[in-house]
Design a protein around this ligand. Structure first.
Ligand SMILES: [Zn+2]
Ligand SMILES: [Zn+2]
Length: 344
């Protein structure tokens, strides 16, 4: 068989697989799903540069979260001198600010995609709309349920961690660095933080899938098979404490409060963007703003796969990676049968 015939056959196989997946999804990105090239062997510097350049040098969630962190530090953070003692005033100010950030962030995405259906089902992964009258949700309503857990528990735990860190800065207990002292580390830390968060998320998330902890806490997040922006941070308080504990790293690694804010937005607003259920925001029919994560959408549909995200190939290394293909679905169903005696 000639090389071209062989490649032709390979393409056919791929097309068939893609067709099978198209029956399962309203829309999906090009398959198989890719991981960050940072850990591919042999290393490919061009690919690595492109992966980071497209997420950092364009208007992206990363660059917007970094800008928001700067703005909050400059205009919306109570002066650190005030944070030396735990007092109602500055803590309440931070709490209200964080509530507003979450309501505006997730709320705007919800209004755009769900309430006003601005881009209909274009670039939407799942065909179905979010659940109303579904008994699995508090108040039988997915959006109300998701908003309640995100705001009542999510923003509270987030603010508690953030308040402790600001108190730590004010009392010089948290290691501090600023741009003037070490510009290279100051900038590099922004690039490393999402990688750290991904590493932390993988392990915490695997732990949450340990059956007792799953039943107690994580099943609440998994009520959402078909996700929306408010689903991202809709978690049980135990999960919030574990998930947001990645920020404890700032007690050890020298950071500026701007890094701390960025890290929180990455975990909280970032959860809203990755759970929109849409690949991106369309402006004049072009995918202008990358949002969703098909990688994580696969986790919500098939459960025992893709515990991490595309920033770090833990799933690939530990055999839990679902690349979006029908073979991977079969493998994951087999895994579920072994783990829970069910192959759904
Ligand atoms: Zn999970
Ligand atoms: Zn999720």
């Amino acid at each position: 068989m000639s090389v071209s015939e062989r490649t032709g056959q390979a393409t056919d196989v791929q097309d068939n697989a893609s067709e099978a997946m198209s029956r399962e999804w309203n829309w999906h990105p090009e398959l198989p799903v890719r991981n960050s090239p940072l850990f591919s062997w042999p290393p490919n510097p061009t690919k690595i540069f492109n992966w980071y350049a497209t997420t950092w040098l364009k208007v992206s969630e990363r660059s917007l979260f970094a800008l928001l962190a700067v703005a909050v530090w400059l205009y919306l953070q109570p002066a650190l001198e005030r944070c030396r003692d735990f007092e109602f005033g500055w803590i309440a100010q931070m709490y209200v600010r964080n509530l507003a950030i979450m309501i505006i962030g997730a709320g705007a995405l919800h209004l755009y995609f769900c309430t006003f259906a601005k881009q209909d089902k274009k670039l939407k992964y799942d065909r179905r709309d979010q659940a109303r009258n579904a008994r699995s949700f508090s108040w039988n309503n997915q959006v109300v349920d998701n908003m309640f857990w995100s705001l009542a528990s999510g923003v509270t735990v987030w603010t508690a961690y953030e308040v402790l860190l600001m108190w730590g800065y004010a009392n010089e207990l948290v290691p501090y660095v600023n741009f003037g002292e070490n510009p290279v580390w100051f900038l590099l830390w922004f690039v490393v933080l999402p990688i750290w968060a991904s590493f932390h998320f993988y392990w915490v998330h695997r732990l949450l899938h340990w059956p007792p902890l799953y039943r107690l806490a994580h099943s609440l997040h998994h009520r959402n098979v078909n996700v929306g922006p408010w689903s991202g941070l809709s978690m049980h308080p135990i999960e919030h404490v574990l998930y947001l504990s990645s920020v404890l790293i700032h007690w050890v690694v020298a950071s500026h409060p701007i890094h701390v804010f960025f890290h929180f937005y990455w975990n909280t607003l970032g959860a809203a963007t990755t759970h929109t259920g849409y690949e991106g925001l369309l402006i004049k029919d072009r995918n202008r703003f990358q949002l969703g994560a098909f990688f994580h959408q696969l986790h919500h549909r098939y459960f025992e796969c893709n515990y991490g995200n595309a920033d770090f190939p833990w799933d690939k290394w530990f055999g839990s990676f679902h690349n979006g293909s029908p073979e991977a679905t079969e493998k994951v169903r087999e895994r579920r049968r072994r783990m829970h005696g069910t192959g759904r």
